[in-house]
Design a protein around this ligand. Structure first.
Ligand code: AMP
Length: 290
């Protein structure tokens, strides 16, 4: 695996891979890698003949009171893991390489970026889309891999790719969870003791919704009331939002429809967690992936 620190060198390596007829894949991350990230790398390895992973803790997607400074950066362990998984290139630039002095451009997907995570974290998605567009232009991958754990982010990036006629195909990968159902996240390491145990309530509440939906419940307010009920039984979990939305527009729906998400965000012991379940119609029934 070659470690690349500069945009210019990364461009050259990517252009050479394309010229050599490789099917190129990109897995963007902020590091502190876990099985969720590895699942994206594995999928990329399966579908591509040249895989680039990036580790870049993108400052522009952090709010002023967020954890940019203390965000975990276990670079050596991340590098070793990616090397073992057969990644071809690890792009790990410094912040000044991506945002040199005088940098003044931003790209924003209007509408979608203002809802849910965007409302709770203003400018977050603008930071995400700006850096992802830069990475897509530096690497020009055939396929780019994102996790459904960040469903709104994946939807926004897909919209950006469509709106800007990007060549990359956005591939969405399933959520990877701990044994107790907690969705893997680099921020889970902030959860200790009872906070860690309580955090599993997010998944439990989605499982409760799944059971109700699979028993025929279609009414969003009733499903959400049950979800909130599960979460309110955990005093350490402070709910930010729980909503059922159309998977395309992220607008709330009163009655289940084909392809929606149950979205959750909560703060547990000072750590903000998000989770979701995908609801799809299969024949006459609804199938819930959580
Ligand atoms: P991050 O390093 O948090 O920016 O995440 C990098 C990529 O990994 C994003 O596309 C995330 O959606 C994805 N990801 C993070 N956690 C998980 C998870 N538990 N399951 C699947 N994908 C994940």
């Amino acid at each position: 695996m070659e470690i690349i620190r500069t945009v210019e060198a990364m461009k050259q390596a990517s252009r050479a891979a394309v010229a050599a007829g490789r099917i190129t894949g990109l897995v963007p991350t902020m590091g502190a890698l876990h099985e969720g990230h590895f699942s994206l790398v594995r999928e990329a390895r399966k579908r591509c003949s040249s895989v680039t992973a990036t580790i870049f803790v993108n400052p522009t997607q952090f709010g002023p009171r967020e954890d940019l400074e203390k965000y975990p950066r276990p670079f050596a362990a991340d590098r070793d893991a990616l090397e073992k998984m057969g990644v071809d290139y690890l792009f790990a630039p410094a912040a000044e390489e991506i945002y040199p002095r005088g940098f003044s451009t931003a790209v924003e997907v209007a509408g979608l970026s203002e809802k849910f995570e965007g409302r709770s974290r203003p400018l977050h998605f603008r930071g995400v889309t700006t850096v992802v567009l830069k990475l897509l232009e530096i690497m020009r991958p055939r396929l780019a891999f994102f996790g459904r754990k960040d469903a709104q982010q994946e939807r926004i990036i897909r919209q950006m790719a469509r709106d800007l006629n990007l060549d990359a195909e956005v591939v969405a990968c399933p959520i990877v969870r701990e044994d107790d159902g907690l969705a893997l996240s680099s921020r889970n390491r902030y959860l200790v003791g009872e906070d860690r145990t309580s955090a599993a309530a997010l998944h439990r509440s989605l499982q409760d919704a799944r059971m109700r939906i699979e028993s025929g419940e279609r009414d969003s307010p009733r499903i959400l009331q049950a979800v909130r009920g599960v979460l309110s039984s955990e005093p350490r979990v402070a709910l930010d939002y729980a909503q059922i939305v159309d998977a395309g527009t992220f607008d709330p729906v009163d009655v289940l429809q084909p392809d929606c998400y149950i979205l959750l965000a909560a703060i547990v012991g000072g750590t903000r967690l998000i989770d979701n379940a995908l609801v799809e119609q299969v024949g006459n029934t609804f199938q819930v992936t959580v």
